[in-house]
Structures are given as C-alpha cells and as structure tokens.
Design a binder for this molecule. Structure first.
Ligand code: GTQ
Length: 349
C-alpha cells in the first residue's frame, strides 16, 4: 500500500509563493486527483430530465425567441455535477432538446463536432445533410456527421421536438470547436439511403457504386428509421433466450459505429425483465422511446417514462427494469471514442 502523499499545506508558505511566482505547481498534492487508483472519479452526476418538465419551457422559448434569434432553439441538458449552464450532460456528451415550429427553418451550417438527433414529438420536420433530405419521424435517429452541411425544416402543422446529442464537449476541450454558416441546401430528389440502398440487412450497393450513392461517402446511412428497429427487437425478444435484447446501429458498409465518437444502441426491456449491464468505461445518455420503467444508477433510483432522458456516468452500476409493457431505451455513448483511444473497458458485476 502506497503512503499518503504530501499536501500543499505541508510546504512552507514562502516556498509556495515562490512556486506561484515561477508559474509552477507541485504534482504530488494533485497526483490522486489526476490519476485516481483503480477507476476514474467522475464529476458527472447521473440525472433524469423529465420531458413533462422541459417541454413547456421549450414551447415557451418558441414564443419568446424566434428561430432567427436562436439559430438553433435548444434547451441544453446540463450535468448537475457541473452546474446549470454546463454545455454537457457527461464529460464527453452534449445533449439538448430542440424545438422547430411549423414553417420554420434552422439555417444551414456545418461544424467540427458531430450530432445525432432522436425525434421525440411531432411530425413533418426534416433535416437536410449534404443535400440528402432525411424525414424525422418519432424515434428515428438522424446523423449530421462533423463537417457536413445541415439545415432543419418543418412542413407539418404541430411543433416538432427532438433530442440532440453531440460530441461537442471533446471538441471544445481540444479547442477544436467551430462552425461555418452557409446557404440552404438544394435537395436531391430521391428518398434517403435508409429507404433505398440500406433498407434491408445484408444488402448494400455493389462497391463500385457505393461512393456515388452516398451524399457523405464516409456516412452512407444517416437515418435509422424507428419502425423497423422496433420490429427487429420484438422479434429478437420472441426468438431468443433470457439474454437482454439490444441492437447497435452501425455503418452498413463497415459494420463499425456510424459516427467516429458516438455510438448508438437500442435496448428492449421485456415486461417484468431486469437488465444488469456490465459496468462500462463509457458514459451515456439514455432516452426512452416507448414504455416506462426505472433505472437504478449507483444506488439512486430514476423512474422514467416515454420521452424522458437520463445520463449515466462512466463505470456506473446500472439496473433497468420495467412493468407490464415492454420499454425501448436508446443509449448514446462514447464507446467508439474510447475504443479508438484504446481504453474502452467493461467490468463484470
Ligand atoms: O441542430 O445543428 O443542440 O449545431 C447544438 C448545436 C443543435 C444543430 C444543437 C447545433 C445543433
């Protein structure tokens, strides 16, 4: 067992002042902060944002702030471990709820961070990414990869709300976050690739054509429609044993995560089922697409309903359960980033 390390107070006042004047600081009082033993000590605090609480505030923002004054009309889900106003829900993940009213347009821009949207409420909105028009239906996951032009529009009659997840905190930390503004994009006159080339598993365009089909070649499929995900999950639940029913969204050309930093899974919790995932080095944002249930996170119980969102810190011990109806939880996580950095880890419990 290592000895307790020296503290700042152990050092003579005059020496501390001389260090400060020289612009240096001793490592050893901070050693266990920057390199804690065994596992990280996250600043992130698990939190649930109930849709019923945020929705009225978002609709009020629709009256108070025209989209022209907002560019993106978003209420950011701030990690309570960092305080309201923090532009992050976990260390690496930003989450916000965005409102677009009928007839509004959120202008075209592109930025270094990547984004993904999960449609929460309302019909008729769409996102255009590199000219590809992606319809936004309830539960759909829509990608806007870093560097791609994107604008949002709305042809429907009711407000549309979606959850934004971005890898923005990392880019900001790296001093690599910036945006450019552009003109609204001309739209390709065809359905998005999820409705054509990538509508069925195991079928992809022949390689020579693949690059010509995609609006953004590294991101051949930028919309993951909800309906067929639910169908697959329900059929997996019927056909499989007691193991948890969970799917990953992947780039259909590579089988890898569809974005470089963020990954996406959908978990179906069967009626009466309890799911105990391993402790993971990744942090996550969960969003309930359908159903209700509860999740115990490091001993704290969060009861959630459809359309609620909650955050989970790194290495948390979590247990999900549900009542008499199946529930569907999407999980946005930073596992792909951690895989690339070579430290993604799961610990059995
Ligand atoms: O819709 O492009 O929540 O650029 C934050 C930054 C949404 C967007 C956010 C963004 C967007």
């Amino acid at each position: 067992m290592a000895e307790a390390l020296g503290t700042l107070e152990d050092l003579p006042e005059a020496y501390r002042e001389s260090m400060t004047a020289a612009g240096v600081a001793p490592l050893w009082p901070m050693m266990r902060n920057v390199l804690p033993h065994g596992a990280p000590q996250p600043q992130t605090k698990a939190h649930l944002w109930a849709f019923k609480d945020v929705r009225p505030l978002l609709l009020e923002a629709g009256e108070l702030t025209p989209v022209e004054k907002a560019e993106r009309r978003v209420l950011v889900l701030s990690d309570p471990g960092r305080g309201v106003g923090a532009m992050q829900a976990t260390a690496s993940l930003y989450a916000g709820l965005q409102l677009l009213l009928p007839g509004e347009t959120a202008p075209a821009h592109r930025h270094t961070p990547s984004a993904a949207r999960v449609v929460v409420e309302g019909e008729g909105a769409f996102t255009v990414v590199e000219g590809e028009k992606l319809p936004m239906k309830h539960g759909d996951v829509i990608l806007t990869p870093g560097g791609t032009w994107h604008d949002h529009g709305h042809d429907g009659t009711e407000p549309v709300i979606w959850l934004d997840a971005l890898d923005l905190p990392l880019f900001y930390y790296l001093e690599g976050s910036y945006a450019e503004e552009g003109e609204l994009q001309a739209r390709r006159n065809r359905p998005d690739t999820s409705e054509v080339e990538y509508q069925a598993a195991g079928i992809v365009p022949s390689r020579s054509r693949a690059t010509r089909v995609a609006a953004a070649p590294d991101f051949p499929m930028m919309r993951f429609p909800w309906d067929r995900t639910e169908t697959v999950l329900r059929e997996m639940a019927e056909a499989s044993g007691p193991e948890p029913v969970e799917i990953d969204y992947v780039n259909p050309e590579t089988g890898q995560s569809p974005l470089p930093i963020m990954g996406f899974t959908v978990l179906m919790i069967r009626p009466g089922e309890t799911v105990r995932p391993p402790r993971r080095s990744s942090s996550a944002i969960f969003h309930a697409i359908k159903g209700c249930g509860k999740t115990v996170i490091d001993g704290e119980t969060f009861e959630w309903q459809a359309k609620d969102t909650f955050s989970v810190p790194v290495f948390a011990e979590i247990t999900h359960s549900t009542g008499t109806e199946p529930a569907f939880l999407i999980r946005v996580h930073d596992g792909p980033l951690q895989e690339k950095l070579g430290y993604y880890e799961e610990r059995a419990r």
